[in-house]
Design a protein around this ligand. Structure first.
Ligand code: BES
Ligand code: ZN
Length: 455
């Protein structure tokens, strides 16, 4: 282990350059620039081979999946999967970035770029730890297989099929994922719950083209106005309760003990929201605190709203159409399909006759919750304590990683969620960054983790 840790230290400057190269590839999955995505996947493939893994790129109906392994036949040691995603969120709005999103830049110990934290920097730390074992000739106590996909940010819809088809190759003892947050630099975490998600897009159509608002405004419905009214029926203005019939079906009621524990979320508290996000005050479902709002309660969010003229100045029209992208965040035991059906029904029932409506369902993922008591969790706890100098806090988080429930259902594997991201990393926002201190600790943690997991 001494040799591994020394290698990680000595080679760090090169690792950072490599990470920058990886992050400079604009692998945005939502807009589907296939060329950039392919380039990124191939870079990763070549890199995995260079560090001594046997690696293959599998094509899918969508973006390729990389599998890279230390596993050779006829060895009998624990086998762990490490999951990550090389796709990133769209970088827009570009004008809000201090340095361009795909020109990775270090400022004050932080690496700024889209994908630095979510998720390239995090899984790259695991790759470097394995490189350290392989290049120093240190025997690995476990076999490791990396599964790094290119569609996480759009719902991982091709990954489940891939798991189905490759059950034998992917048979393992567990999954390790670093794609979550820790409360602060001082407080590492193990995440034991994630919210699920269901997406849909609703479009209202009025006239068959944009028309003069002077000549026609008043005699035909304005789809943007109709959409505003329609969306407003989804949530109670004062209490924040979702008004869709059946929406809360299956939502688990927490024990008083867990609710009490969630009162003390720590650093990610009300002040953080005010200071970091500059909101005038918090808003959330009545009867629950802000930690519950983002972890144990379901929501409906409008992610995008589009209609009419968006250029400079004004243009007097009644737009032909208006649309909204919605996602619902789900908690145990809500089901994405049931929630989609309920929201659809609500929209149909509340849509005025003066417009026509089209609803497209998008991706869905189930919520994840597990009892963090296994031997693997204890092993992770020991490794975290050693590297971070503090025990992990056990947290629930509000984001989603669609594949975790697929790993469970298809391969029968639990996912150990140990994130190196911070709440102020600006994931999905302009000026995303990754703390280089966490890149270093991520590598060290990975190196120690395999020792502990093998015990
Ligand atoms: N890294 C996040 C998941 C995450 C975010 C976990 C915050 C814990 C806290 C991941 O890359 C992500 O953004 N997932 C998407 C999935 C969706 C598009 C299906 C999400 O949560 O929006
Ligand atoms: Zn993300």
């Amino acid at each position: 282990m001494q040799k591994v840790r020394a290698y990680l230290k000595k080679e760090y400057p090169r690792f950072l350059e490599e990470l920058k190269e990886y992050i400079s590839l604009a692998s945005v999955s939502a807009s589907g620039n296939k060329k950039e995505i392919q380039k990124c996947a191939e870079w990763l493939l070549a890199h995995c081979r260079r560090i001594g893994l046997s690696a293959t790129l599998y094509s899918t109906a969508g973006n390729p999946i990389l599998v890279a392994t230390t596993k050779k036949d006829a060895r009998n040691r624990p086998h762990y999967l490490v999951y990550g995603h090389y796709d990133v969120q769209p970088p827009e709005p570009l004008e809000l970035w201090k340095t361009p999103p795909f020109v990775p830049t270090v400022r004050k110990g932080k690496l700024f770029a889209r994908g630095a934290s979510d998720n390239k920097g995090q899984h790259f730390a695991h790759l470097k730890a394995i490189e350290a074992y392989l290049k120093t000739g240190t025997s690995l106590p476990c076999d490791i297989t990396f599964v790094i996909e290119g569609e996480e940010e759009v719902g991982s819809s091709n990954l489940a099929l891939f798991l189905q088809k490759n059950k034998k190759m992917l048979a393992a003892d567990g999954v390790v994922i670093s794609d979550t947050n820790m409360p602060s630099l001082k407080t590492p975490a193990i995440t034991y719950a994630l919210r699920g998600i269901a997406a849909l897009e609703v479009t209202l159509f009025g006239a068959d083209r944009d028309v003069h608002s002077g000549s026609y405004g008043g005699s035909i419905e304005n789809p943007a106005m109709a959409l505003a009214h329609l969306l407003a029926t989804l949530r109670d203005k004062k209490t924040g309760k979702i008004l869709v019939r059946g929406f809360y079906d299956g939502v688990c009621v927490l024990t008083p003990a867990e609710r009490a524990r969630l009162q003390h979320g720590g650093e990610n508290d009300a002040e953080f929201y005010r200071d970091f996000l500059k909101v005038p005050c918090l808003f959330g479902e009545k009867g629950f605190n802000h930690i519950e709002h983002t972890t144990t309660r379901p929501t409906i969010e409008i992610n995008g709203l589009t209609s009419g003229y968006q250029g400079v100045g004004s243009k007097t029209i009644v737009p032909a159409r208006a649309s909204a992208k919605l996602t619902m965040r789900l908690v145990p035991d809500q089901k994405p399909s049931a929630v989609i059906a309920a929201v659809r029904k609500h929209l149909v029932a509340h849509c005025p006759k003066s417009v026509t409506m089209e609803i497209k369902s998008g991706h869905g993922a189930e919520p994840y919750l597990f009892e963090p008591k296994s031997g693997a969790v204890r092993a992770a706890e020991r490794a975290i304590k050693r590297v971070f100098g503090a025990p992990p806090r056990f947290i629930r988080e509000g984001g989603s990683i669609p594949v975790v429930t697929d790993f469970q259902k298809i391969l029968g594997l639990h996912s150990l969620l140990i994130g190196f991201a911070l709440p102020d990393d600006n994931a999905h926002s302009p000026n995303e960054k990754f703390e280089l201190a966490n890149f270093k600790r991520g590598m060290a943690l990975s190196a120690e983790l395999w020792q502990e997991l093998a015990k």
